[in-house]
Write a protein that binds this ligand. Structure first.
Ligand SMILES: Cc1cc2nc3c(=O)[nH]c(=O)nc-3n(C[C@H](O)[C@H](O)[C@H](O)COP(=O)(O)O)c2cc1C
Length: 566
């Protein structure tokens, strides 16, 4: 592979991992069951701390609302962050609830003798390349402050590093009271095992889903949570101990993704801590450097295939010495009030599933459709207030069955500026009509009235779910502009933003009594051709479908953890 500048590598990786009608991106082409990776990593030789069962966490919460608790917070209330009803107090219960409702197991599925776990955060192929970490102060997880790996199978923490108390005290002085840090990494091999070279993209989608899941869990707790910019990949790797080669000998490496800060209330305290991130980073890095590390990463597969282009894209897109994330405004826009029965957020998170097939019949009303789309706008509140950079993802929608809207191809530019960008980049023959009945504050435009079911199916790798839902969509990135502004690291962030939009759609669909499915398999340039995009101004990065699901009666469902009743 020619050695070139990181931006050129990222661009080349992107282009050569496109699926085409006559050629899929490179992969083995078959599943090698002998090397199937273990979905759960553990660190042997660490102190293990059982997390609090969320039901018990409820009992330990003090509030003025009688017997109600954070578990009764309605999904729709998550978007009114001004006054959370039942804020959870800092401590182990809060960390437990945060992890359980973002990265924990949502269910076990069984078909005959096969049994597999599903998680609150979805993952392409259910392969779950994402690992989670938290960094907490003294007294939260036993005695000392520490860096912990989250083991979702056991809902437990594995203490990788006991932090030096004095160093932690210096580091935490820059953090809001009661807050803790969370971080995500990717094990590319888990995803590459099935998807080959395109897997790096899917790992980034999954990070975006997980970031959004964490932000939403924090919102349910009455907390706030955001990505902390300003950390280089190298600094993050050493904070998490994933650069400790001796601890990973023989084990599949973890690639650092992002650091997040979760804080009880007080968005302004969080914002200033994030703004002063460089100071926080130096003190934290020092606390980890002088800490006491333990544990060895488990090996997930007997053997693995190396995909040079994944390594190249990963290295090229790391946050370098001068991270370029630009702060985006996070004004909360009042979102349309809930329709129908308000479902508890906790229930929505745990029952979120991907529809494996859709009925081709269910419709939704225009009002509900518009309310769902409004929640996807960058200033709608969580989860998008966790992404501290310029929003760059916009939607091209195939509307199939929305009562009150003609079927057809639509555009939803998610920022004011993107209206002109999309108009300039898409087919000049598109009509850009504001359909009657669409609320004034929703920038939805009809491009072409048509029955799009066949084309939507064809473009999404001939998957029926793209045609059989109420609507499906492609997420279009301002590709050139994002890379010009943020450098090669912006490549990952584009996928993270699509993952956050996907997570919102999953939850919105669930709250509306229907269901969504992420679609990572689509024919990239065929989508661009349909839209009239001839260059890299816009690139479709992720597809999604929402509709009436058909359940598979052969599958049985069991709770995520033994202590949870159905
Ligand atoms: C990034 C991403 C891409 C996905 N792509 C597809 C797809 O192309 N087709 C499909 O049927 N499901 C797809 N899925 C759904 C996953 O298979 C599903 O999330 C996984 O099996 C876990 O199930 P759950 O979502 O019900 O927890 C995708 C999910 C994600 C997060």
């Amino acid at each position: 592979m020619p050695a070139r500048d990181p931006l050129a590598i990222v661009r080349e990786y992107h282009d050569q991992t496109k699926h085409h009608f006559n050629r899929f991106a490179r992969s083995l082409g078959y599943l090698d069951w002998a090397t199937q990776p273990d979905p759960f990593r553990s660190f042997d030789g660490c102190r293990r701390i059982d997390l609090v069962e969320p039901l018990r966490a409820a009992a330990s919460v003090e509030h003025e609302g009688g017997t109600a608790s954070w578990r009764d917070v309605a999904y729709d209330e998550l978007f009114d962050q001004a006054s959370p009803r039942f804020p959870l107090a800092p401590g182990l219960p809060a960390v437990s609830v945060f992890l359980r409702y973002s990265l924990g197991l949502s269910a076990w599925k069984q078909a005959g003798p096969s049994r597999w776990a599903l998680r609150v955060n979805p993952s392409s192929g259910n392969l779950h390349p994402t690992e989670g970490y938290v960094m907490v102060g003294p007294g939260v997880a036993g005695g000392q402050a520490g860096v912990h790996h989250y083991a979702p199978d056991a809902h437990a923490l594995e203490e990788r590093c006991a932090l030096d108390a004095a160093a932690w005290a210096r580091a935490s002085a820059g953090l809001p009271a009661g807050s803790f840090l969370a971080a995500l990494t990717s094990i590319h091999w888990r995803e590459a095992w099935k998807y080959g070279e395109r897997a790096f993209r899917y790992c980034q989608h999954d990070i975006g889903h997980a970031v959004a899941a964490m932000r939403m869990a924090a919102a349910m707790m009455g907390w706030t949570c955001t990505i902390v910019p300003g950390w280089t990949s190298r600094q993050l790797a050493s904070l998490l101990g994933i650069d400790r080669n001796a601890d990973f000998e023989g084990a599949e490496p973890e690639e650092p993704a992002c650091l997040m800060l979760a804080a009880p209330r007080g968005r302004s305290a969080l914002t200033s801590a994030v703004r002063d991130g460089v100071h926080v980073d130096a003190a934290l890095a020092e606390a980890a450097r002088v800490g006491t590390w333990s544990g060895r990463a488990s090996r997930l597969s007997a053997d693995r295939v190396h995909w040079d282009w994944i390594d190249a894209a990963s290295e090229a897109s790391r946050e370098g010495q001068a991270p370029t994330a630009s702060a985006a405004s996070a004004r909360a826009r009042p979102v349309a009030p809930p329709r129908g029965t308000p479902m508890p957020a906790a229930a929505v998170f745990l029952q979120r599933r991907s529809a494996m097939s859709m009925d081709g019949a269910t419709t939704i009303g225009l009002e509900r459709f518009a309310a769902m789309l409004r929640r996807l706008l960058p200033d709608a509140g969580p989860p998008f207030d966790a992404l501290p950079w310029t929003p760059r993802i916009h939607l091209a929608l195939f509307v199939h069955r929305v009562d009150g809207l003609p079927p057809g191809l639509y555009a939803l530019p998610r920022t004011e500026a993107a209206i002109a960008t999309m108009r300039g980049a898409l087919n000049p023959d598109f009509s850009w009509v504001r359909p009657p009945g669409v609320p004034d504050d929703l920038p939805l435009f009809l491009l072409d009235a048509a029955d799009c079911r066949r084309i939507a199916r064809q473009l999404s790798c001939a998957q029926d779910i793209a045609a059989d839902g109420c609507f499906s969509l492609g997420m279009l990135a301002e590709f050139d502009a994002a890379l010009a502004e943020g450098g090669p690291a912006a490549y990952r962030r584009l996928f993270w933003e699509t993952g956050a939009i996907g997570q919102s759609l999953y939850l919105e669909a669930e709250a509306a009594g229907i269901r969504g499915t992420g679609i990572g398999c689509f024919f990239d340039d065929a989508v661009h051709q349909l839209l009239g995009v001839a260059d890299h101004t816009l690139q479709s990065l992720y597809h999604f479908t929402v509709g009436g699901p058909i359940d598979d009666p052969r599958l049985t469902t069991h709770p995520g953890y033994p202590w949870e009743s159905r």
